[in-house]
Design a binder for this molecule. Structure first.
Ligand SMILES: NC(=O)c1ccc[n+]([C@@H]2O[C@H](COP(=O)([O-])OP(=O)(O)OC[C@H]3O[C@@H](n4cnc5c(N)ncnc54)[C@H](OP(=O)(O)O)[C@@H]3O)[C@@H](O)[C@H]2O)c1
Length: 154
């Protein structure tokens, strides 16, 4: 099963200076609950952003880096062909967690999307372009300005 998980604001803002434009504890907690003990696949920029913040890869998850460069990180698996990787591991519970490049490339083949839509405006430099017409909203939980939505591919 291939899932994609990310947050956007109501303007489709997604990132700022290779980091998140916001800091919502409840969303970080949701992300942790969904991905704990799973395989999390991310682009090189997102991986570097996580390591610069935490000084280590995401704990208690199998981290996988997608990149076209020769970037490596001790103890972390790297793929140079994300589609091949997803195809070879699709029977596992895979979570694609960012960033813009990797999500825009792969979301159309995902089985599920977990999107936190933040109903507010923020400052940032990176917007996400995705088309949800091939997905159906199957669940939504609203907590203040945070809309936790789950979509399934049609
Ligand atoms: N709001 C959220 O939930 C959220 C979550 C995560 C990240 N973000 C934000 O997203 C932004 C980073 O996104 P980004 O697009 O710059 O970087 P990214 O998606 O983290 O990294 C893209 C990487 O994928 C590589 N790539 C391209 N095609 C590939 C393929 N077929 N197979 C394997 N690897 C491939 C690229 O290589 P090349 O460079 O050589 O093309 C590049 O290294 C940051 O602002 C971050 O904060 C937001």
């Amino acid at each position: 099963m291939i899932s994609v998980i990310f947050a956007i604001d109501r303007n489709n803002l997604f990132g700022n200076k290779n980091s998140l434009p916001w800091n919502y504890k409840e969303d970080l907690q949701y992300f942790k609950e969904k991905t704990l003990n799973k395989k999390v696949i991310m682009g090189e920029e997102t991986f570097k952003s996580i390591v610069s913040r935490n000084n280590k890869p995401l704990p208690n998850r199998t981290n996988v880096i997608a990149t076209l460069t020769d970037y490596t990180f001790e103890g972390v698996e790297v793929t140079h062909d994300i589609f091949k990787y997803l195809d070879e591991h699709k029977d596992e519970d895979l979570f694609i967690i960012g960033g813009k490049g990797i999500i825009e490339l792969t979301y159309k083949i995902a089985d599920r999307l977990f999107i936190t839509m933040i109903d507010a405006d923020h400052e940032g430099d990176t917007y996400l372009n995705i088309d949800l017409s091939n997905f159906k909203l199957v669940n939504e939980n609203i907590s203040g300005i945070l809309h936790f939505r789950e979509y399934r591919r049609l």
